[in-house]
Every structure is written in structure tokens, then in C-alpha cells.
Ligand binder design. Structure first.
Ligand SMILES: [Zn+2]
Length: 281
């Protein structure tokens, strides 16, 4: 049996995975449906698909259910099963139904967490290509702060996901050649170059149409508001350069300096401003 191609977006929260999945999903061979880990929950809770309709009533997902022959939750379970045969069986059937409806042959799952990667890796039916997306943790921690969430808490989660959990994937058998790391900032500043590099490694070719986000409909599960593209998405948020006070900037840089360096993130505010400028390329 031919392996099922899966592009998996891995990373910590709010690192631009919605943008990455939109860009990938505009490829003629890649179908991105957002965070598959949230599919069953979204269906049961009535949370809308990105098209605005509840998942159970969305025409796209109704077609997928039609192709499956059952409505998930009603005789079809196991998309998130911890039992590997059940996980494989459910996800093979689900992917095939998605391919039948979309006419594409590569699935993009932007679930981000390590659990689903480990489950894909346990089964030799899936040909997993991992896109590890990282973003300057100070940028995300800063927006967390504005939403009343913990600034320091995000920094330690970022470090755990991008180092400890990433390393666990290699221990679990992720081949080096199936792994590709991308900085969100590079993706926004140089999308064709960055996507082209990843796709080539995955045996695919970059297509210009991938940048025309506003021309494409999509039926993503979960994700954020960016999934409703206005064409303004390829723009970097540089607010954190001004919003973080001296204590927050230095504290973060000091706490995770060793973790940011391998990704090439500058430590000082001035160097970060240069790094974020379009002329940095
Ligand atoms: Zn929909």
C-alpha cells in the first residue's frame, strides 16, 4: 500500500501555524484542514468550521462524511486514539475521504502538539514530513501579556516544546530528512523561498498560487482568525519591540538566551529590530 503523505506542523502556540497551513493548503496537491486533533471535539461541540458553518453542517465536511460512509461520532471514532491500530485505521480512512473530496494527495495537519506526530510515526502507513515552526518567544509572550496571560509561563512552554518535545520525536523514530525547521519571521518576509525549501525536501514544488491566500476558500478546523484571510497576512507584528519594558526584555533574553541562539534569534532589542526588517534578507 502506498504511504499516506502527511505534512505536520509542529511548534508551540501562536507561532503562525494558521498562516503556514493556509500557504501550504493553497498548493494543488496539499489539502490542509487545520488542527485534526480538534476535529471530533469541534464536531460534537458545534464549533464552526472556518467557512462559518458548524462542522456538522458544512458542505465540505458533509462530503467527507459522505465519502467515509458514516458521520464521525456515530460509528466512526478513533482519530485521536491512543491505541495505535485504532489511530491508524481511523486516520487512514479519514485521510482517504479528504483526498477523495479535495482531489489532492497530501494531507496537512496543523495540530502542533507532539502526541499526533508520535501516533503517525508509530504506524508505517504514514509518510510524515515535519515542519517545525518557531517564532521569537518574546513576541508571543508579549501578546499573551496583553491578553492577561502569563508572560513567563509562555517562555518555559516555548522552551519545552521546541527542545525537549522536539528531541522526543527523533527518539521516537522521526528521520532527520523528514524534519525541516522554519522561523515564522522568515516565512513572512520570504515566503516563496522558505516554502520552496521545505516543499523541495518533501518532494513537492512551490507554486505561485500559494501566496494568493485571499483567493482560496478553506475549511480549517480550529486555528485562529487569520484563517479568514484578507490578503494582509504576510505582515510581521513588530509591536513587542516597543511594548516590552526593559525588565521583560532582558529577563526573557536572559532566561532563554541559550534556547533562542540555536534558532538564530538576536538577543538585543536593536539587533532584533534589524532582524525583523524586510531588508534583513
Ligand atoms: Zn466549512
Amino acid at each position: 500500500m502506498e504511504k499516506i503523505k502527511v505534512i505536520y506542523i509542529f511548534g508551540s502556540g501562536h507561532t503562525g501555524s494558521t498562516l503556514a497551513s493556509l500557504l501550504l493548503g493553497c498548493h494543488s496537491r496539499i489539502e490542509c484542514v487545520g488542527e485534526l486533533k480538534a476535529y471530533e471535539r469541534s464536531l460534537q461541540s458545534g464549533r464552526p468550521c472556518n467557512c462559518g458553518q458548524p462542522v456538522a453542517e458544512c458542505p465540505y465536511w458533509k462530503s467527507v462524511h459522505g465519502s467515509l460512509g458514516v458521520v464521525p461520532g456515530n460509528g466512526f471514532e478513533g482519530l485521536n486514539s491512543t491505541e495505535s491500530d485504532t489511530f491508524a485505521r481511523a486516520n487512514i480512512a479519514f485521510s482517504k475521504a479528504i483526498f477523495e473530496v479535495s482531489g489532492k494527495d497530501c494531507l496537512c495537519d496543523s495540530s502542533k502538539s507532539k502526541r499526533r506526530v508520535l501516533a503517525y510515526l508509530k504506524s508505517d502507513v504514514f509518510d510524515v514530513r515535519l515542519l517545525h515552526l518557531v517564532r521569537d518567544p518574546r513576541a508571543v509572550a508579549c501578546s499573551n501579556l496583553r491578553k492577561g496571560r502569563s508572560y513567563w509561563g509562555y517562555l518555559s512552554r516555548w522552551k519545552k516544546r521546541n527542545f525537549k518535545e522536539r528531541d522526543e520525536l527523533f527518539v521516537a523514530g522521526l528521520p532527520e530528512q523528514a524534519y525541516h525547521r522554519v522561523r515564522y519571521e522568515d516565512l513572512v518576509l520570504r515566503p516563496s523561498q522558505v516554502l520552496g525549501g521545505f516543499l523541495e525536501k518533501a518532494g513537492l514544488t512551490f507554486e505561485e498560487r500559494q501566496l494568493e491566500l485571499w483567493n482560496q476558500g478553506n475549511h480549517h478546523i480550529a486555528g485562529n482568525h487569520m484563517a479568514k484571510s484578507t490578503g494582509n497576512d504576510l505582515r510581521l507584528d513588530r509591536n513587542y519591540l516597543d511594548r516590552l519594558n526593559r525588565f521583560q526584555w532582558i529577563g526573557a533574553s536572559f532566561l532563554i538566551k541559550g534556547a533562542m541562539r540555536p534558532f538564530g534569534y538576536p538577543i538585543s532589542r536593536e539587533a532584533t529590530a534589524r532582524f525583523l526588517s524586510p531588508e534583513s534578507s
